[in-house]
Design a protein around this ligand. Structure first.
Ligand code: PLP
Length: 397
């Protein structure tokens, strides 16, 4: 973009143009630089570049690549952060953000309601390296207050949790964390960059699995860590580049193209999701419909404050338990049984037997992962068709 102050542009414009690096050929669509290495004209230039390289002087694709850099700069512009680092998957981003800043003896507070792999990092990996982790009920500010200590190094939570859609008060938790100088790391996947206000609300670092809404068509894995230049380049990058977390240039190119229409997709999917939630709420086969913007959601006021829309995912709790949930899944004709979300195709998951299978029963219960709970990610299909599919499958459940 010719504009020297891209921050002044609106998100839709940034999602199409920000970060573009045009080669000497002046291509319109972003070039895919499928190269692992870069040629130095002289030995002196190679030496100098290994001593110090700018954002557009590349060495090796594990450290950086022009296509990946375009994606990183576009994400930073969209999220409103100074910088970003793209990773091979969402989990590489979560792991990288946490491990790069922590060392033995540090204390972390995290919400208990997390995606299975996030929980594994906090519950299993970090303690192995001498990091003390306190897990709390993320919806309870007094629990955060009780757990955060003067030596707490960082707090971590999913702003809307997977799969039970708990909403965390970003401002409230950030204020408590910042009072002791702790870094606030937010996994913002369910909110999506379209509805994100994480930075305004106090988050220091925002991570996404770009596998979800940013790709949006279920093709590639990816992740991104958005934060200050200090955090991204001085704290996260040395760890990420030496441990092989880099996003592939091909995936970065897919993500760049995904970003161009992400806002359109997410808004359409969120609209469908809200319509579906309203259409099925009160259905006799359902014990509960969970959607952050439904009046019945315990944190709907907070959700409305933090997110313009409730997102693209809802959860249904079938009164008949696992058997009814399985009958429901098997009766769906349009919605696919799989475990991605944010895809153009609607996808349904039974967390208790798949994504969260590993957890002991009492922990599942604590997280609201009942035997009847299904997570439904709304795609880009016609909303009336989807609602009809879900209602018909509920009848058969
Ligand atoms: C999917 C997901 C991840 C992990 O992302 P991958 O790209 O699958 O590694 C992390 N956090 C949340 C909330 C997710 O939904």
């Amino acid at each position: 973009m010719k504009d020297s102050s891209p921050r002044a542009r609106k998100p839709r414009t940034l999602a199409v143009h920000a970060g573009t690096r045009r080669s000497q050929y002046g291509e319109v669509s972003e070039a895919m630089f499928l190269t692992q290495g870069f040629v130095y004209e002289t030995a002196e230039i190679a030496e100098a570049r290994f001593q110090h390289s700018t954002r557009d002087e590349f060495i090796y694709a594990r450290y950086g690549n022009p296509t990946v850099a375009m994606f990183e700069d576009r994400m930073a512009a969209l999220e409103g952060t100074e910088d970003a680092f793209a990773t091979a998957s969402g989990m590489a981003a979560v792991n990288g953000a946490l491990v790069s800043m922590l060392r033995a003896g540090d204390h972390v507070v995290a919400s208990r309601a997390l995606f299975g792999s996030c929980l594994y990092i906090l519950d299993e990996i970090l303690p192995r390296f001498g990091v003390e982790v306190t897990l709390v009920d993320g919806t309870d500010l007094s629990a955060w207050k009780a757990a955060i200590r003067p030596d707490t190094k960082c707090v971590f939570f999913e702003s809307v949790s997977n799969p039970a859609l708990e909403v965390i008060d970003i401002r409230g938790v950030s204020d408590l964390a910042h009072a002791v100088g702790a870094t606030v790391i937010v996994d913002n996947v369910f909110v999506t960059p379209t509805y994100s206000r994480a930075l305004d609300l106090g988050a220091d670092v925002v991570v996404y699995s770009t596998t979800k809404h940013i790709d949006g068509q279920g093709r590639c894995l990816g992740g991104v860590i958005c934060g200050t230049t200090e955090f991204v380049r001085k704290v996260a990058e040395p760890y990420l580049k030496h441990t092989g977390a880099a996003m592939s240039p091909f995936n970065a190119w897919v993500m760049l193209k995904g970003l161009e229409h992400m806002d359109l997709r997410v808004r359409a999917q969120a609209e469908t999701c809200e319509r579906l939630a309203i259409a099925v709420e009160g259905h006799p086969k359902l014990a509960r419909v969970i959607h952050p913007h439904l009046i019945s959601h315990p944190q709907q006021a907070l959700a409305r404050k933090q997110m313009e829309k409730g997102g693209t995912v809802l959860a249904l709790d079938l009164a008949g338990g696992k058997e009814a949930a399985f009958r429901f899944l098997n009766a769906l004709e349009i919605v696919l049984i799989s475990n991605n979300l944010g895809d153009a195709k609607s996808i349904v998951t039974h967390p208790a037997t798949t994504t969260h299978q590993r957890l002991p029963e009492e922990q599942k219960a604590e997280l609201g992962i009942t035997p009847g709970l299904v997570r439904l990610s709304c795609g880009l299909e016609d909303a009336d068709d989807l609602i009809a599919d879900v209602l018909s499958a509920l009848d058969q459940a």
